[in-house]
Write a protein that binds this ligand. Structure first.
Ligand code: FES
Length: 185
C-alpha cells in the first residue's frame, strides 16, 4: 500500500516533467527562429548593391610598409597583396628569361613603381590564398609566394613558375595619388 501511494505521484511527476520539457524545447526553438529573423535583415542591409561593388575603389597609405615587408588589404571582397620589394627582389624579377615562363610577362609591365608590387592574392589554380605575405611564411622556390593547396610557386613578380596554376597573380588597376598613396580600382 505504501508502495502504491509512493508510485502514483511518481507517475504524475513523470508526465509533468515530459510536458515541461516539451514546452521548454518549443519555446527555445521559437526563440532561436526569432533571433535569426531579427539578425538576417541587419546582415542583408550591410551588403552593398552590386553596382556599388563593381565601382568600389580603395585607397592605401604605403608609408608604414618597410622595404621587404608586405601587407594584405581587402578590395571588392578579395585579398590584395602589396609588397615593398627589395632591390634584390626587383633584380630577381627582372633577370628572368621570359621564354622560361608559363605566362610570359616582363616585370616592368606588372608594376607602376618597381619597389611596389600590387596583386590580387588569389591563386590562379583554384582560388586559394597563397602564402608569402608574413615574415615567417613559406615563399616558395622563387622567393615570392607559395600556394600550398596544390603546390604553385610564384616569383618576386607574382608570376607562376612551378605547379598547376596556369597564370600569373592578377595585377589590379591602380594609380599613385602621391608618392606613398595608391588608389586601387
Ligand atoms: S589553388 Fe593554389 S595551387 Fe591549387
Amino acid at each position: 500500500m505504501a508502495e502504491t501511494t509512493h508510485q502514483a505521484p511518481h507517475g504524475h511527476d513523470g508526465e509533468g516533467q515530459t510536458r515541461r520539457d516539451f514546452i521548454y524545447l518549443a519555446a527555445a526553438a521559437t526563440g532561436a527562429v526569432g533571433a535569426a529573423a531579427a539578425i538576417w535583415p541587419f546582415i542583408d542591409s550591410m551588403n552593398p548593391a552590386a553596382d556599388t561593388l563593381a565601382l568600389a575603389s580603395t585607397e592605401v597609405d604605403l608609408t608604414p610598409i618597410a622595404e621587404g615587408q608586405a601587407i594584405t588589404i581587402t578590395w571588392r571582397g578579395k585579398p590584395v597583396f602589396i609588397r615593398h620589394r627589395t632591390a634584390e627582389e626587383i633584380e630577381a624579377a627582372r633577370s628572368v628569361n621570359l621564354a622560361e615562363l608559363v605566362d610570359p610577362q616582363p616585370d616592368e609591365e606588372r608594376v607602376v613603381e618597381p619597389q611596389w608590387l600590387v596583386m590580387v592574392g588569389v591563386c590562379t589554380h583554384l582560388g586559394c590564398v597563397p602564402l608569402g605575405q608574413k615574415t615567417g611564411d613559406a615563399k616558395g622556390d622563387y622567393g615570392g609566394w607559395f600556394c600550398p593547396c596544390h603546390g604553385s610557386h610564384y616569383d618576386t613578380s607574382g608570376r607562376i613558375r612551378r605547379g598547376p596554376a596556369p597564370a600569373n597573380l592578377v595585377v589590379p588597376e591602380y594609380e599613385f595619388l602621391s608618392e606613398s598613396r595608391i588608389r586601387i580600382g
